[in-house]
Ligand binder design. Structure first.
Ligand code: SAJ
Length: 415
């Protein structure tokens, strides 16, 4: 097995589980993050986010000697950079400043022959445009002093630990031998196939995968609007259509959140504005869904004689079920949209979100339910399935097609 010392840079949603997975499979790992509080929390044995199986993985990684620090290691053979890659909201292009800053700091300390792996999702060409020049700026040579690799992740929040172990992966490298060496590190835990290819192909493949899902969801959302306009049940139609052996339409809903799908498709639009028509349109459709939820809410209020928006509450602040991640969440998009129309922030509740992130956020489900007449379900957390028995005599707008969970006596609408 490879005994390369690995320094994982960026201990967020991807870097942390990856570092812990490697450590628990015998790879010597140092985890680095510039956030002092985060490092201190990990050193003290406290995880910084919730995820199925992560606690157990943390215990194994600690037992295997994983270290957490604010410093970049000057002893590592392999650096795995796993920092955020936001996009510029105006140009729709990747904002690589976190990657650039992390790589610069690696280059400041790394030994000759070190491998720098960018695991963050990046748009095609990012390594050539932004990372490769940094090596020359440091007076170093790519392929001699430093090797560059792109190894994007594929894990899904909510099932990260399982997917880290089982998903296949892609590794893009200039030099196939270097690709194979990095492959050996990932193969310490990854039971899926690991494809070694070149860097641009790996960059493009990652973005293409997430864009594919974005377009599929946009199709479902457009079908939802068509069916709503003409009194058809979109869920029943998709269920039956999906019985076709070559059809697999995803689920319509209140929008697409998270830091992956709702961001990565924009990279292609930003870089190829004259060519990426379908991709842009899909993004716009998905981004229109929170406003569609608001329109539908107003319709349902009218039908039920609810005149005060203060009697409406939104269940779910995260971007999807059973995670505590609220980045780009449809509910937050909806609240932003209301803000733009100078409407006050609505009542909200989410059992997964303990921090107060919106002004009128409840921490108690019973109190939330008591204070509203119309509940808009933005996410179907397991909590809702367990507690829906407490919801009676309400009007419900179920944007997630949660199924037949509601007790009799509620009036339930779909999106
Ligand atoms: N959503 C729908 N309908 C669906 C499926 C999802 O509206 O049928 C919504 C979700 O509610 C959520 C958003 O889309 O708001 C995105 O959620 P997701 O579960 O589809 O995906 P992510 O963003 O959590 O993770 C994706 C995954 N990519 C693919 O499945 C191609 C994951 O494998 C990637 O590793 C991850 O992006 C990433 O980090 O890039």
């Amino acid at each position: 097995m490879s005994k390369d010392l690995v320094n994982v840079v960026g201990l967020g949603y991807i870097g942390l589980p990856t570092a812990m997975m490697m450590a628990s499979h015998g790879v010597p790992v140092i985890g680095t993050d510039y956030k002092k509080e985060l490092v201190e929390s990990l050193q003290a044995g406290h995880l910084t986010f919730q995820e199925k199986g992560l606690k157990e993985l943390f215990a194994q990684a600690k037992a295997s000697g994983i270290q957490f620090t604010g410093e970049y290691s000057d002893q590592a053979n392999i650096y795995i950079v796993s920092v955020p890659t936001p996009y510029d909201k105006k140009s729709k292009r990747i904002d690589p400043h976190y990657v650039v800053s992390a790589v610069k700091q690696v280059l400041d300390v790394c030994r000759k022959g070190a491998i720098v792996v960018v695991e963050s999702t990046i748009s095609p060409g990012t390594i050539d445009r932004f990372v490769r020049p940094l090596v020359a700026e440091h007076g170093l040579k790519v392929g001699e002093d430093v090797h560059l690799v792109h190894a994007p992740e594929r894990i899904i929040p909510g099932n990260m630990v399982y997917e880290l172990l089982h998903n296949s992966r892609t590794i893009g490298a200039d030099d196939p031998a270097v690709g194979e060496r990095v492959k050996a590190v990932y193969a310490s835990f990854c039971q899926g196939d690991i494809e070694v290819t070149d860097i641009r192909t790996a960059e493009m493949t990652k973005v293409v995968e997430n864009t594919y899902r974005d377009i599929n969801i946009a199709y479902a959302n457009e079908l939802l609007k068509i069916c709503r306009s003409d009194g058809m049940d979109v869920h029943e139609i998709i269920r039956i259509a999906n019985k076709h052996p070559r059809v697999n339409i995803l689920s319509p809903g209140p929008g697409v959140g998270g830091h992956c799908i709702s961001v990565d498709s924009w990279f292609l639009v930003g870089d190829y504005p004259e060519l990426a028509h379908l991709i842009r349109q899909a993004r716009l459709i998905n981004d229109s869904m929170p406003d569609f939820v608001l329109e539908r809410t107003e319709q349902i209020m009218e039908e039920n004689g609810i005149t005060d928006f203060d009697r409406v509450g939104f269940y779910g602040l995260t971007y999807k079920e059973n995670v505590d991640d609220v980045r780009e969440s449809p509910t937050l998009q909806l609240i932003e949209s209301m803000k733009r129309h100078l409407a006050p922030s609505p009542k909200c509740y989410d059992p997964m979100v303990k921090k107060q992130i919106t002004p009128r956020q409840y921490q108690d489900f019973q109190a939330f339910v008591q204070d509203i007449d119309l509940m808009v379900v933005m996410i179907c957390h397991d909590h809702l399935k367990e507690c829906c028995g407490d919801v009676t005599g309400k009007v419900i707008l179920d944007t997630r097609n949660c199924g037949k969970i509601w007790p009799a006596g509620n009036t339930v609408y779909s999106l």
